[in-house]
Design a protein around this ligand. Structure first.
Ligand code: FAD
Length: 423
């Protein structure tokens, strides 16, 4: 990996470095390589657990077997490639029907198709097995600090998802270091739950519903602590937001990284909802008394000798072997890398640490108002792209914008090099 410009500018290890090899990072890599903007020797993906590994693990942790989104949402560029993959491999029965829009793929179909794309572009060979701990945006490159040492790149694309930021209820914060209280996204292993355990699950959205029905096995007591009535929605927001035009102008009317934008996104998202197919499963489990529903909020929880005692606001109490919080993610700007960048970099941040991004290119804007060499895809781009920024379809839109600006920038850089080598 290496590229000398001949312009007297800093030589870098890679032309483009993608930080994060999840849905967003893999999609960016596929798009860049397919478009021929870079070749593999100029591209690097930095991710410690492996490509798509973090997402795959989350699906397993909550027992998600079917996607909520339609089959046209996947990590490739041709909308129909997942359906064609299903047809070619005789797996059309893994496209599940839905009341709204196209069929949804099973998780195994989605990941097998994504794996096939990773293999086709040999993305594993350009993955650096490390965590990025800091970035320094220079005039003509980005210096990247990793757990495997420093590297540099002309351009850096951040696709780190929530970066391990999860949300716990207040009463749980002192208990998370015990073996009995955990968060579904933090090292929770569904296979390690004892077959006869009494398990509490906290939450009322899709993750809690899926986890409850997955863990509800004969011999186990499963209590679902859901303080509010269940809300059923097919998708995470109105489909208007999926088109990334028209309605996103409402966001762009406000200053970047502003509170007004943050509130618009929060209002637009149907957070805490359950899609119909998952709700039907939960309803069946409740009717068959495989899951007990506690319609109250936990007020206090204590742990002693491997047992958690929970007292709810309605006065009811439970003794549990394990309590799992399915209470969602924290702020996407509170992951370690974003916090580090906030502390000392010259990149602009706004309300609650949101990165200030250019609406047309997703480039992070510097304090002096110029666009940096760092662009952002994923949930951290939600103030530009809206409530579907974090989703698979959001990766597509971010990919279009980022690859669009990179194409003209790389073209300009190439012309400068050609001019230099001619003189
Ligand atoms: C259970 C579940 C089900 C979902 N179902 C759907 C669905 O059906 N349809 C849909 O459209 N969306 C769905 N989503 C939302 C979204 O598509 C996923 O969250 C998706 O994983 C987001 O991709 P990402 O690449 O932004 O983040 P991630 O998948 O979290 O990937 C980020 C990657 O960045 C890496 N990383 C983080 N920090 C660093 C660092 N400092 N250095 C190097 N690497 C780093 C991580 O290791 C990780 O691999 C679902 C989400 C969850 C949790």
């Amino acid at each position: 990996m290496g590229r000398r410009t001949g312009t007297g500018e800093t030589a870098t290890d890679a032309l483009v470095t993608i930080v994060g090899g999840g849905v967003h990072g893999v999609h960016l890599a596929v798009r860049l390589l397919k478009r021929g903007l870079v070749d593999r020797s100029e591209l690097r993906i930095v991710d410690p657990p492996g490509l798509l590994e973090s997402f795959r693990r989350k699906c397993r942790q909550c027992g998600m077997v079917e996607f909520r989104s339609p089959f046209v949402h996947h990590v490739g560029t041709d909308p129909f490639s997942l359906r064609n993959f299903a047809r070619t491999h005789g797996r059309e029965d893994e496209l599940r029907s839905t009341t709204v829009g196209a069929e949804r793929p099973t998780a195994s179909l989605f990941f097998d198709h994504a794996g096939r794309l990773c293999d086709r572009y040999d993305l594993e060979s350009i993955r650096l097995d490390a965590r990025v701990t800091d970035l320094v945006d220079r005039h003509n490159c980005v210096e990247i600090e990793t757990t495997d040492g420093p590297v540099s790149s002309r351009w850096c694309l951040l696709a780190v998802g929530y970066g391990r930021s999860v949300a716990y209820p207040e009463w749980a914060t002192e208990l998370v270091s015990t073996d009995s209280v955990s968060h579904v996204w933090e090292g929770f292993d569904p296979d390690a739950v004892d077959e006869t355990a009494s398990v509490g699950i906290v939450g009322g959205g899709i993750t809690a519903a899926q986890l409850a029905t997955t863990l509800a096995q004969p011999g186990r007591d499963v209590v679902l602590f859901a303080r509010s009535p269940f809300r059923v929605e097919t998708l995470e927001a109105s489909t208007d937001w999926m088109h990334f035009s028209g309605v996103t102008e409402r966001l762009h009317a406000h200053p970047p990284a502003s509170r007004a934008r943050a509130e618009l996104v929060a209002e637009a998202r149907y957070d805490g909802t359950i899609p119909p197919y998952a709700f039907r499963r939960l309803k069946r489990a409740l009717e068959r008394e495989r899951v007990e529903l506690e319609r109250s909020e936990i007020a206090v929880a204590t742990e002693a000798g491997g047992t958690v005692v929970v007292t709810c606001r309605d006065g009811s109490a439970f003794c549990l072997d394990e309590l799992i919080c399915a209470t969602g993610f924290g702020s996407p700007y509170d992951g370690a890398l974003f916090r580090q960048l906030r502390r000392k970099s010259t990149l602009q941040a706004g309300y609650r640490g949101a990165p200030s991004l250019d609406d047309d290119t997703l480039r992070w804007v510097r304090d002096d108002g110029t666009p940096s060499r760092i662009a952002v895809s994923g949930v951290a781009a939600q103030q530009v792209l809206g409530p579907f920024a974090r989703n698979v379809i959001g990766a597509r839109r971010a990919g279009e914008l980022i690859v669009g600006f990179l194409e003209s920038e790389l073209d300009g850089e190439k012309r400068r090099v050609d001019r230099y080598t001619r003189t």
